[in-house]
Design a protein around this ligand. Structure first.
Ligand code: OXD
Ligand code: MN
Length: 585
């Protein structure tokens, strides 16, 4: 073993002394290894094979019913100085955190196999990619990491070349919510996760590494690690422009990433680069370049149907892992919104009884390689990434926030991102449907103080010669009857079209106190004539509502104290004045 791997070997042996596994398996990422793991999980009942005729190589995992989502209240950022983690994170002193985690990990792998998973986040030869190693005792985690990351021999070879990697130690422990913690040590680039097998808590390459740890690395190194999808939008002239868009969990990022244009839009095409995470680097040409660090989708199943996301349905009929979905009498996967079939067994394996709620868990998931997506773009493997023309922020807001608006400049756009708010969803435990501020959709994922994060975002105003434009969208406005005002899904392309036309300097807009809005005639609404009255509401500005909104944003910024950058406060004062609210200086 080369000396560059000595640190890795040393760490693996330290962990095995602590956790006492029966055996150690170094994952090579091969199909043979995958098949053996699947076999093992089938034997142990941790996976159930779905119908091999209709869904070859598809498996169902039923998690512990108390382990179905991310646990934000049990997720910590452990920096030496609490102020570096900020009020946006739970904090514990690193020594104390390590000591209590050591207690939990002691002997926890007795009778189990310890798997060493070398992985690479991003195209394997990209200078922007970063490697990590996850140690876990869960074969389900290994099988998922194989889909979600570039895992195995190539990643190990890169680690051997570079000698550096993020360390993640995970054990499902006893799956006891009382003994469950997800701890991050950004100063050491390490993660300790105990007691949960749920994706966001256990697939450490995803939220823990690619967002919480990477956001810290990104700040130190001059780039951004964001909770954003990435798509290429090809127009009928054959030009493709790329945008990255941040939405909170379960707000339709996967659907937008795989959008199929409406029938009125012949010649348009959306290419999928990523659906959840985006690493943005200033490129040599002064533009912002994006890579998707992941290689698969860990998507929310409910609501994925022929009308909402046909591309997703088409990629899910082979080689996929389903977690907590229901099954049909033919042993196919099923969830609310998938088809008219009647589910046979619910997500817990019980005979389906509508009286007990939905058949699939609202946060049930699919894990599938991005290569299976019909709209997959080969640019997702481009080591240089793709150049970004526009950044989009969006939330789930029933009222107030219009369909789309453009920020006046970079600082205004950063304020718009920082003030994002959304109604909570089932992706995290806790109440669903409560409006909370979720800056850049990073509230659960930023590995450091939001005030410093806002400064870092503002700094790109000087770092980049060609800044992308920033927009805000809201697909979720409701009318007085409680129905959505905007059709959403494929029709969202019309909004993306306006955004790209604005970037090209071709579309009109009207300046309002909150930013630049399209007028009816600036949007391509062919085929949406039925929208009529709704469009007025979708594009209206309610000054009194915005006075309250900006006052609330002011309180929110205050909650981060003196570290909030002056430029952001100045921007807040400016926009507040425009709606007639006097923000405290
Ligand atoms: C996810 C999430 O799983 O944001 O992507 O919760
Ligand atoms: Mn996400």
């Amino acid at each position: 073993m080369s000396s560059k791997l000595a640190a890795l070997n040393h760490w693996v042996s330290e962990v095995s002394q602590l956790t006492q596994p029966d055996q150690i398996h170094w994952c090579d990422g091969s199909i043979v290894e995958r098949d053996a793991l699947v076999e093992l999980m089938l034997e142990r009942g941790e996976l159930l094979a779905l119908n091999p005729e209709t869904h070859p190589d598809c498996y169902l995992h039923r998690s512990h019913p108390g382990d179905v989502a991310r646990v934000e209240h049990l997720t910590f950022v452990c920096t030496a100085d609490q102020a570096d983690a900020g009020p946006n994170n739970n904090w514990m002193a690193p020594d104390q955190a390590r000591a209590s985690m050591d207690g939990l990990f002691t002997g926890c792998m007795r009778g189990r196999t310890l798997y060493v998973i070398p992985y690479c986040m991003g195209p394997i030869h990209s200078p922007y990619a970063r490697c990590g190693v996850e140690i876990t005792d869960s074969p389900y985690v290994v099988a998922n990491m194989r889909i979600m990351t570039r895992m195995g021999a190539d990643a190990l070879a890169r680690i051997e070349r570079e000698g550096r990697f993020v360390r993640g130690l995970h054990s499902i422990g006893e799956l006891d919510p009382e003994r469950r913690f997800i701890m991050h040590f950004p100063e050491e680039l390490s993660i300790l996760s105990y007691g949960s097998g749920y994706g966001g808590n256990a697939l450490l390459g995803k939220k823990c590494h690619a967002l919480r740890i990477a956001s810290w690395q990104a700040r130190n190194e001059g780039w951004l690690a964001e909770h954003m999808l990435i798509v290429g939008i090809q127009n009928p002239q054959g030009e493709t422009h790329y945008v990255a868009a941040a939405f909170p969990s379960a707000c339709g990022k996967t659907n937008l990433a795989m959008l199929i244009p409406p029938v009125t839009h012949a010649g348009w095409k959306v290419w999928t680069i990523g659906d959840d995470i985006c690493w943005l680097h200033p490129g040599p040409d002064g533009r912002l370049w994006a890579i998707n660090p992941e290689s698969g989708f860990f998507g929310v199943a409910p609501g994925t149907g022929r009308n909402t996301n046909p591309n997703a349905l088409d990629m899910l009929d082979r080689d996929a892992i389903f977690t907590n979905v229901a099954v049909t009498a033919e042993n196919g996967p099923w969830w609310e919104g998938k088809s008219d079939e009647t589910p046979h067994k619910d997500w817990q394996g019980r005979d389906f009884d509508p009286g007990r709620g939905p058949a699939a868990h609202p946060n049930s998931r699919f894990t599938v390689s991005m290569r299976q997506c019909p709209s997959f773009s080969a640019e997702a493997d481009n080591p240089a990434g793709v150049p970004i023309s526009a950044l989009i922020f969006g939330g789930r807001r029933e009222s107030l926030v219009p369909l789309v608006f453009e920020a006046l400049d970079w600082n205004h756009g950063v304020l718009v991102g920082a003030s994002m708010a959304s109604e909570t969803t089932a992706a995290a435990t806790g109440a669903v449907g409560v409006v909370r501020r979720d800056s850049m959709a990073m509230k659960p994922f930023c590995g450091y103080n939001f005030a410093d994060y806002f400064s870092h975002w503002l700094s790109f105003g000087d770092r980049l010669e060609h800044l992308p434009k920033i927009f805000h969208v809201n697909w979720f406005r409701k009318g007085p009857d409680g129905k959505f005002l905007w059709p959403g899904f494929g029709d969202n392309l019309r909004v993306l079209q306006w955004i790209l036309e604005r970037c090209a300097g071709r579309a009109g807009a009207v300046e309002t106190p909150i930013g630049l809005l399209p007028r009816r005639e600036d949007l391509d609404l062919r085929g949406l004539e039925s929208l009529n009255g709704s469009l007025d509401a979708l594009l209206a500005i309610d000054p009194a509502g915005w006075r309250n909104e900006w006052a609330d944003v002011g309180n929110y910024l205050d909650s981060f104290g003196a570290r909030v950058p002056d430029a952001l406060r100045a921007e807040h004062a400016r926009v507040s004045a425009l709606v007639g609210h006097v923000a405290p200086a």
